[in-house]
Design a protein around this ligand. Sequence first.
Ligand code: AMP
Length: 399
Amino acid sequence: MNTVASYNFINQRALVRVDFNVPLDKQTFEVKDDTRIRAAIPTINKILNDGGSAILMSHLGRPKGGPEEKYSLNHVVATTALLLNRKVKFIKDCIGEEVNIMAASLQPGEVLLLENLRFHPEEEKGDKEFANQLASLGDVYVNDAFGTAHRAHASTAVIAQFFSPEKRMFGLLMNAEIENADKAISNPAKPFTAIIGGAKVSDKILIIERLLDRADNIIIGGGMAYTFFKATGGNIGNSLCEEDRLDNALQLIKKAEEKNVNILLPSDSVTASSFSNDAERGECASMSISSGYMGLDIGSKAIGDFRTVILQSKTILWNGPMGVFEFSNFQAGTKAIAEAVAEATSKGAYSLIGGGDSVSAINKFNLADKVSYVSTGGGALLEYFEGKELPGIAAILKN
Ligand code: AMP
């Protein structure tokens, strides 16, 4: 299989699926966080530096099946041009006669950004004819959009069949994402500790099940921990709980015992009288939270317990916050865990942070450059860890 690093793009028009689904200011439409655009720059630069041209295609937001100004990729042209330090052309559609003419006239070193793919409902439907029209724009197809690799859309998966195996490849970001995910899940240095948090157990059952065959320790924090406490007979007051997942929680605990995996739940919690930053706060055992109170963060004993295990680990995977870190009065647990992961990394552990909210947390605490890798894929990374085949990856690898 070709890679962007080894392929020579000279005189080639590279059709690159990027993930420019960035947050925009609601009034001015300015790019509020350019992380995803930045992440695609090395691949684009490699193509241009070889003497090729780049046709960039992406989705933005969730348009209802037709053009909408607030989802126009026109809004990201200036940021992309700034980061590439060169002019970026833009065309107000992604297929059709005008697009064909503009793509065909691109010169080496030039960049063309197409309009939002999802302005055509065919994109999400994985329409073959639409994919074929997109494919006709480029000589070679590069998929650098790990964030949408779990979708079987026209531009992420269906399109690959229109390029011979040597003319389709992963971008540098996609390669890095796959390599880092594999490092954590396929052959982790031991002890391997997974830290799973966030609101819902239901979102994380599959990943925890898979981790039971790989991890030595699974730390469970955040709102999802209270379903485990309730299942084992605890009083959790008004804390988050998924009543229909109590059995799942018990099964996970039982399986962990059978497989000799150490499941760590937060023995104490920081409680609140309401779901608010200004709520009355307290700290108590997580198994005995009074009625009228809810656990919004892990407590100081839990921080100490988790820290000890994290610092002994050689591989760390972190998905999901330990509490409502968006509230400054309930962020201490998530911050302490982020610091412990950074400290373990500085002592030689490999750490991977993935999934939306833990990425926001590590950024909020300015520790992103103190961990080994911060993934750009939320849902895609979770599905990869769950062992599912991602259509965007499979389509490139197919013979
Ligand atoms: P998820 O998307 O499932 O990873 O959940 C992330 C969200 O879970 C964040 O917005 C957190 O504020 C929220 N969260 C974490 N811990 C708690 C908790 N103890 N109670 C309520 N929400 C929580």
